[in-house]
Design a protein around this ligand. Sequence first.
Ligand code: HEC
Length: 157
Amino acid sequence: MKGTLATLLFVFSLFSCEQKQVPPIKGVRDTDETYTPGLGDMMLKMQTRHAKLWFSGINENWELADFQLHEMEEVIEDIQKYKGEEEEIKLLTMILAPLDSVDAAVDAKDLERFKSSYENLTTTCNSCHVASKHPYNVVKVPDGPMFSNQDFSPVSK
Ligand code: HEC
């Protein structure tokens, strides 16, 4: 019995020694720093929502348009949460009023209002790109579906 315990302790001490000698795995970041997405990544999400919002709206799929708007608002909240301290992000609030107008058009299920408010939203995206010194990032009203693997027409009930 005693021998077994000694063997176990010996094996354990070997094991714990070995643990300490394991070199850090290359490519794994120091976990003291929590991962936060970059602004560029979050803008790619904005671009996706912006495109999906358009195809939902022009297909008069108001339920889906409402969903996309909600997702876009979440991206905006994340940008404010993670990047709010950065000077250029203070400009982000300019998007809120145009977004509200699109929201109102979606609620009213008004296609013409949707199109015009969407154009205004897109202009505001670009105004912020200019104001934040990224004028070369130009977004526009999509002219072809970016996602051919999604059906934007309303689901028949
Ligand atoms: C704060 C004002 C601001 C607003 C409002 C804004 N953007 Fe941006 N956008 C930026 C900044 C700053 C960058 C550059 C990000 C970086 O440094 O990587 C950017 C980059 C982008 C890019 C380039 C991403 C890439 O890597 O290719 C796209 C696309 C984009 N924005 C889409 C949009 C869309 C769509 C909207 C409106 C629905 C919008 N943005 C509204 C500030 C803004």
